[in-house]
Design a protein around this ligand. Sequence first.
Ligand code: AHR
Length: 507
Amino acid sequence: MSTVSAVINVDVKGPTISRHLYGHFAEHLGRCIYGGFYVGEDSDLPNAGGIRLDVVEALRALNIPNLRWPGGCFADEYHWMDGIGPKERRPVMVNTHWGNVEENNHFGTHEFMALCELLGAEPYISGNVGSGTVKEMSDWVEYLTRDGDSPMVRLRKANGRERPWKVPFWGLGNEAWGCGGNMTAQQYAAEARRFGTYCRDHGGNKLYRVAAGANSGDYAWTETLMKQLGELGCAYRPAAFMQAVSFHYYTIPGTWQDKGDATAFGTDDHYRTMVQAARVDELITGHANVMDCYDPGRNVGLVLDEWGTWWNVEPGTNPGFLYQQNTLRDALVASLHFDIFHRHADRLVMANIAQTVNVLQAMILTDPESKALVLTPTYHVFEMNKGHQDAASLRVDLLSGLPSREVGSDTLTTVSLSASRKDDTVLVSLSNLDADEAADVELDLRGGRAGEVGSRILTAGSLRTHNTPETPAAVAPRTHEQVTRTEAGLRVHLPAHSFVTVEARLA
Ligand code: AHR
């Protein structure tokens, strides 16, 4: 068993870990909205205006900071005016991208804003650049955020909403290099400038406009945006039409044709998955380095508004619905991402896991027949880590004993840590990615002494363990007893394949 030594200077506060790194994403895709968040007003399930209340209650426990909607690829074929007014008069459209299914538009702008209010989350709306017009997007912003009197304000009021909403985050399209219009970086940069210009700040509502960014490691895309959307060189000032640039990165250890099975996998598959997940560190660094050349003052934010595992769909389900199970392995992918996000808190301002309910690496799975709701292992990582939201990051210096595994031509470090401080409480997250070997971590807490200590652990008999309606708590957090106070700080035992959080009040 390895013993890892690490130092945390608890009195040297680093950049704040934005709560928005714990953001979410809900697309009109498969059963995320319909049959997930939204069951309709006539459902037997307790609901508020059709929004499923047990889903809301479970998610409220995560302190979801923001929710991205309506896509994804769907965003660039969504026409918001189809989703307002009396439901029986809303036109049906075809969701060509996801399963070619009919979309009745019953979940539209008002329903999304009501969902955000129920969740206590801030809305992040992705506008349609690919197949929409500048006027359509500009009108949507006016409809949502303007007060007083104007054509869009009148329309909103006629639809039952007197006061404007607050909409802090606005996406200028999605994946413009692919489903969002198959554009070149130059084409998109020009479009983003135009669309961004007419997304106005109305009254006190200040939009944080996010330009649709690169696919994984396409640094040239980021560079084109940074070059064209601002003034060149060191004198770069963030332009009014863009406050952030996004990128997307999914953990896919297989190929696009055969991504790998969500539950039937071996130890080698597990390590390959962890290597792919850890790659997000290199990608954030790469995009941030490009941004630093044009924006050394770090005024423009980097947003990872789609991340997570992407497996082959569950057998027997619609391939266009992206429904997948979620095991302890997915939980470790999430905990590893968060350690990396915390380390990049100076540039990474927002991240959104894909997607909240019933799609890809979800928090919640609902059974289409029994309607039972299951919390996934990934849900528990979000819940156990929520104390990091808006806390000051603390640097973790790993001194010795870091265990690793050779995975093909890569080396995977199998213990990962991050820490933060809020008032007098230090929260340390620790992941042991090793399938078989336990590890001990000796934490030297400098600049403070641990008083009262509490710890929780998420683990299971196997990395393949997952929750179902029959076994909803097969992977669930429990109290972790194997944490001891030492002269220097704390000793934490990490069983194989486990995620542990330690909360210490400074004495
Ligand atoms: O999250 C599923 C899809 O993945 C999104 O719609 C798209 O943006 C990405 O390719």
